[in-house]
Design a protein around this ligand. Structure first.
Ligand SMILES: Cc1ncc(COP(=O)(O)O)c(C=O)c1O
Length: 498
């Protein structure tokens, strides 16, 4: 299915795109379309309006639109076929999600604040060696374990028991990361066209999974103080969504932690509404200041409505691709049946590595927290110095600050920051309609302190550039591709990047 964008819709997305005196309109238009593609607000494979229609919607000449489309075709951002129209593409093989949210490969010279993740802990190498020594135990079997290796399932069940929810290994299914867990849950529980409630802002790839499964999205806006309990419960009662996707621990991107009172009430209300709750516990281990954590939502689940999803990506390493689902044992069996139709089972060796690495949790996780505390302090200090007008609530855990900017310029700032060698995740990526979060920026504190300080100073320079129209840059966003020199210019000198 191709999404068709009409003239006024693209017009709204483009916002104030005009080139001004030094930049011809067609190049400014092409540059803005590329920028929208870069920050994920314009999806890939979307059919753009016909030239005449867009010209009419923007109140400009058709020649200008023709020239802009030609420029985009030349740079690989548009493909046209006579009779079929023109649709968005990305040159150079960037990886693309179903809604056009893409994760570019990280470039060595870029300070990447687009991703919130840490490098692997040193214990991983030891765990991998131990796993390899252990592998022969498994080699005489067929190697297919759709619900996961029993020893890893037992280790994960134990993690829940420690958090106060007795859990048997039958209730655990190992997945290829939390993203896979979420997709499996959606496949099992949400027929196409049914409603899924998500927080707004929310984790963009979760949204991509919901849209990919053709779920109808219903949102619960998170005000500055976190979930509005009465509103959330009323939304469930009134709309009776098939599923609700919630991130109660250090929500991505806002960092909010859901209180016990709401956790207690949600499963019962969800049950009455006929809603299953997918509770994403990705950040649960990364409390930085909380003296004690609230019990998991599953602790209050009397009707098998809660599917908890979690994993090792944030406390350990994303490259492990180890996640899990905790659910009622019969649900786990049904999930395994769905999984067999997708990828059969996860790799045995990777699961053995994960099981061994979990034994080092007592060393790894406290060290991660310490590291994140230091990095959070570095980021907060740098912001106070360089961008004191930006506001944020200090999160008590997780990996990100959700920053309110001094103006609704998040997308433009992300594009400007690219020319300073900083990749940002602008607010609209986390918004559901792609237009409402322009005043916000998610800043992870996962890079080393000196790199965070340097990144903030470059972001501050990029922010100042936005205030100087004459010095405005229209440098093409860094999509890991070549740009025609005629349309790539910058009035400031590009600073050296690391
Ligand atoms: C809330 C949330 N859920 C899921 C994921 C994806 O986790 P994984 O790498 O285990 O698939 C992330 C990654 O950032 C996340 O922030």
């Amino acid at each position: 299915m191709t999404t068709v964008l009409h003239g006024p819709q693209l017009g709204r997305l483009l916002g104030r795109w005009q080139g001004g005196r030094s930049i011809p309109d067609y190049l400014a238009l092409a540059g803005t379309v590329r920028g929208l593609l870069a920050d994920g607000r314009l999806a890939l494979g979307v059919r753009l309006p016909a030239e005449r229609e867009l010209a009419q919607a923007l109140g400009i000449s058709r020649t200008t639109v023709s020239a802009a489309y030609r420029t985009l075709r030349e740079s690989g951002h548009l493909t046209s076929r006579r009779g079929a129209g023109s649709w968005t593409t990305i040159p150079g093989g960037a990886r693309v999600g179903s809604t056009g949210l893409w994760t570019p490969e990280s470039a060595p010279d870029l300070l990447d604040l687009g991703t919130a993740a840490l490098p692997a802990p040193e214990q991983l190498v030891t765990a991998a060696a131990e796993a390899l020594a252990d592998l022969p135990r498994y080699l005489s079997g067929a190697g297919y374990h759709p619900t996961g290796l029993i020893e890893l399932r037992a280790a994960v069940a134990e993690l829940y028991a420690v958090r106060g929810v007795p859990t048997s290994p039958d209730q655990i299914m190992i997945t290829s990361g939390v993203q896979h867990a979420l997709d499996l849950a959606l496949r099992l529980l949400v027929p196409a066209g049914q409603t899924v409630l998500v927080e707004s802002p929310t984790y963009p790839n979760a949204l991509a999974a919901v849209v990919g499964r053709r779920g109808r999205v219903l949102t619960h806006g998170l005000p500055e103080t976190g979930w509005d309990a009465e509103l959330l419960l009323a939304t469930l009662r009134q709309n009776r969504p098939r599923l609700a996707y919630l991130v109660p621990e250090f929500q991505n991107p806002t960092g909010h932690l859901m209180d016990t009172r709401l956790r207690e009430r949600l499963p019962a209300v969800a049950h009455t509404a006929g809603t299953d709750l997918v509770v994403d516990e990705t950040f649960v281990d990364l409390s930085l200041d909380e003296p004690s954590m609230p019990a998991p939502m599953a602790a209050y689940d009397r009707h098998a409505r809660v599917l908890s999803v979690g994993g090792m990506s944030k406390p350990f390493w994303g490259g492990l691709r180890i996640g899990w689902i905790r659910a009622a044992a019969p649900v786990v069996q049904r999930l395994a049946a769905v999984r067999v139709g997708m990828d059969m089972a996860g790799p045995v060796l990777g699961q053995l590595v994960a099981a061994r690495l979990l034994r080092y949790a007592g060393e790894v996780v406290p060290a991660r927290r310490e590291l994140l505390r230091d990095r959070r302090a570095a980021l907060v200090g740098a912001l106070a110095k360089e961008l004191p007008e930006w506001r944020f609530r200090m999160p008590s855990g997780g990996m990100t600050l959700w920053v309110e900017l001094d103006a609704p310029v998040s997308g433009a700032l992300a594009r400007a920051a690219e020319s300073y060698g900083v990749r940002l995740a602008p607010g609209p990526r986390f918004g559901v309609d792609g237009t409402t979060m322009e005043r916000f920026l998610r800043l992870p504190y996962t890079l080393p302190p000196d790199e965070l300080v340097e990144a903030v100073s470059r972001i501050a320079a990029a922010r100042r550039d936005l205030e100087r129209p004459a010095r405005r840059t229209w440098e093409a966003p860094a999509l890991g591709t070549r740009w025609p020199s005629t349309e790539s210019w910058s009035t400031h000198r590009r600073r050296p990047t690391r």
